[in-house]
Structures are given as structure tokens and as C-alpha cells.
Design a protein around this ligand. Sequence first.
Ligand SMILES: [Zn+2]
Length: 528
Amino acid sequence: MTRTADIMIVNARIFTGNPDRPWAEVVAVRGNRIVHVGTMSDVEQWRGENTKVIDGKGGTLTPGFIDSHFHLLSGAVWLGTAGLQDAKNLDDLNTALSTFAEENKTSEWVLGRGIKYNIVSTRQELDLIVSDKPVYVGSYDGHTAWVNTKALQMAGILDGGEAPGNGVIVRDAQGTSTGELREAAMDLVQDLIPEPDANRKRELLKMAIRRINATGVTSVHNMNGDMEELMYYAALEDAGEMTLRIYTPYSVRPETKEEDLKEAMAMANVQGEYVRGGAVKFFMDGVWESYTALTIEHYTDNAQAKPDGIYSAEHFTRMATACDKLGLQIFVHCCGDGAVRRVLDGYESIQKINGKRDSRHRVERIEIIHPDDLPRFRGLDVIASMQTSHAPFSIDDGDVWPVRVGEKRWPRSFAWRDIKNAGAMLVLGSDWTVAPYDPLFNIYVAMNREKWSPTDPDQRLTLEECIIGYTRDAAYAEFKEDEKGQIREGYLADMVLFSHDLFALEPQNIRSAKPVLTMVDGIIAYEA
Ligand SMILES: [Zn+2]
């Protein structure tokens, strides 16, 4: 038998990500692997009777996108609630929630997701929309929620009750809840919302994965999880219905004990083609918007807000050292510069206690960094995992973020360029559902973001840097650089073909290209 290809993509502008051979025109796939990367002159040797030949029509072909910061299962469940991303005022909110209530008559709750700040602020505003059922509306960043009076009554926190951990129940002068819940206080209501059953979850998950594949994403680094969540994904893999590779950590919480890490180790033993464990995720702080980010200097618009980190330096170092000793990779959410510093200090301590190993620990978000901490990523071999569309695109957006942070810190905000220039490995992701998962959207922001002040440094990235951060380096950030993230012989056949030559487009027009084909494991998971 001659060795011919199952699928060949020809006549494409192939950005391989392979430093030894950055560009090619033809790729041949056999089974789930790339067997040949070459030029139009060597097409024929791979063409067999049953070879499917796809004409790339001069569009860019890249390795499949690996989103390094994702919330898949919770995102899929959210897709079953009212989307409020586009709501601009209370009227829009009214329309969206009323429509949801109408279409989901059997649902005991009215649920909305993704709303921006400063659109709804009180329970009374929600009562006017729906008062006979409990209403829960989550902010786009997942750190604040607004609920109606009925929901507050059900949770027993209308007058009284206490918020756990870093949570805040916002109250008026009389001590009555206003309807705004921050951080862990959201759980008091969220815990009452019935979860969709396993069948519904599975259907929502499949729907989410189809949509995600359609944007060229073939792998995600999930940011929260436990064995139960891992098993939802594994069940889809076992049924042959999975088309997304998912790396899922075990979520460490402040109350987690060292013996609980057994579950993380059990997850690390799951190493499927698609679904695997091997990491742990911590939250060091919250977000700037709700004054829960851990900062080095105070908030510009509220000097009284002095949140502490979710872990003390000692507590973090103790737990992270235990995780490192077990060979687990560590991801830590850090929005404030104080959080970034505390976690880097912790990573430095781990290396002293356990010795240096190829650990590839990561810091997630990094919305602000103190200049003294820039070289520490490279020095400690820590990976920076950033989500470009968290940055307010323009100062004219009216976002509260630049106000909280203050002009003095703008130059160190979302400092992708500075972090990369300091020699750090920078990997990119979306943080869906906080931001859209579409890589071209996030790349658009990375390439086009405006300076908020003329004196701010330019933090924009090039297209090539964006693609590498979404492919080759993202594969490294999950210990899979020998398997994926490049179009290279022997690598997994995860690729995305675009309608245009991305490199010929002006940065501001990058989104006029669309994926026309997404291949995962040698299978065409999406075709336009
Ligand atoms: Zn996140």
C-alpha cells in the first residue's frame, strides 16, 4: 500500500509556527496526524484515490487555536440563559429578560448573563421587570450580580444574613440589600438556582463546542474544574462526540486542604486524546471593577478600598508548594499588581523549597504589573497568560476600569508588549464568558488597542505574535509543544483555514477574515 493522504489542503498560505520552516503551501493529513508539510510541487505523491483535496484558495492556514484561559462548562450552561452583552440600558434589559421569561415558562428562575456595569443597580429596577419569579443577572466579568427582591428573600439576605469570604452584600443606609452582590456573596443566591440536569448540560456543552470550533479554536485551557466537570468532558470523548481538547485544572479554594489534592492527582491521571488534567487553579484576588483586585497602591477613585488577597503570602506558598511537589502545574488569577507580586514571590519560594524543575507555573490576567516585577517572569520561568479584550479598547469607552486604576498606572495596564519585551512567554486567551471566545476578536484588540493617553507606551502586538501566543506557545503552556501548536510532520492535525490571507489585511480589517474550515484530530469539525 502506498502512503497517501486522507485529506490534503493545497494552495494555502500556511503559517506553520515551526521556526525551522515558517511557511508552506500544502499539508497532508493521515488519520489524526499531519504527515507532510510542503509546496505545490509535491502534491501528487500524497494524492490517492480516496484523498479529499481541499483548495485553500490562498487563505491563511494556521495551527488550531489554543485558548489559554477559558470557562467551558459554566459558559455552556450560561448559553442556556438570556444573553445581555448588548444591553445598553434598562429598556434593553427589560426586553431580554421578558423574552427569556416568555420562552422559558417552566423555568422557576429568570436568568441573565453578561451585563455591563452601570446598567442595573437595584432590586427595585429588576422587580419592575419580573417580580413573581426570582431574577439573577450576572455581570460580564462574573464578579458581580444583581438580583430582585424575591431572590434576596429566598436567600434570606434582604435584611440580614452575611456574605462569605470576600463577598459583599451591598446594603442601603437602613441595612436592606440593594440587590447588588459582589464576589462570594453571589453564591448565596446562585446556590439556590437549580442546575440543569445532566442531559441538558451535555446538549449545552455540545452546542457550545460547535460554536467554539467555528471560530477556529481546537483546544482550551479550562480555568476551573473538578473531577465531576472533567467527567462531563470525558463522557463526550468516550461517546466519540468531542471536537475540542480540554485541559482542566482542579480548583483550589481557600478552604482546600492538602489532602484534598488527591482529587487533583486523580484528574492528572486522566490523559485522553481530548480531555486531561494535571493542573491546579487558584484565585489570588478579584477584579478592579468591584474593588477586589489586590493592589500595591490604593485605588484612585476610592482610597478606602483596601482589599486583601484571597490567600496570605504564607497560605499561598504553603498550598502552592504542596501542589508543585505533586508535579501539578499551577495557574493563578491575578488582576492587581499586588496579586501578581504575591504569586511571583510564592513561585520564587517554591523553587527554593522544592528545587527548580520544569514546572511552567502561570499567572493569569495580569491587568497591572509593577515594573520591578517585569523581569521576574523570565527569571523564574513563569508564563504570562493574558486576555487581550479585557483591556478597555479606547478611553472613550467610558469603562470604569481606567478610573479605578488612575492615569498614573495606565502605562503598566494590560502591558502585553512590556511583558513580552521583558522576555516572558506570553500566551493568549479569551476568558470566555467574560469576553467573546472568537480569537480574531481578541487578536483585533491586541493589534489595534488605542493608547488612553498620548504618553502611554504602545502595548500592541503583531499578528505573528498573536498567532504564536494562541498556538505554539499555548501548547508549551500545557506541556504539549511536541504534539500540537504547529503545522509540522507528526503533529496532531488541528488546523484552521481562513477566508483571507490574514497577513495581507490591515490590522483594523483583520476581522473581515472568517474561518472557513476547522480541523480537529484530522476530522473536519467545522466547515463554512
Ligand atoms: Zn477567568
